[in-house]
Design a protein. Sequence first.
Length: 117
Amino acid sequence: MENHKLLLPTHMNQYGFLFGGHLLKWVDEYAWIAATLDYPGCNFVTLAMDRVEFKKSVKEGTILTFIIEKTKVGNTSVQYSCLVYPGKNIGEKDLIFSTHITFVRIDQNGKKKSLPK
């Protein structure tokens, strides 16, 4: 799944670069959307991100590209990789951020529930 985000002045930190918290929010949101589309009718919450390391700074006006792919499926959880690039520059040298994010399926009481087969 591919998503895009335009960086606006409200996304910048005091030095004029992307505030990392915004990027983490978008990664969580876009990966959650992927899980919800892959498993319609299931409720998911974020369990973990495996690593948070910002590889490059990004300026206002940049269009980010988010590549989200399912990488692992467990009994109650599903994991996605997330790669973030500036615009259409999709290559290892241009990578801004990468992580694996894991979601767990829950029922209406917040208890873990098996994924559909």
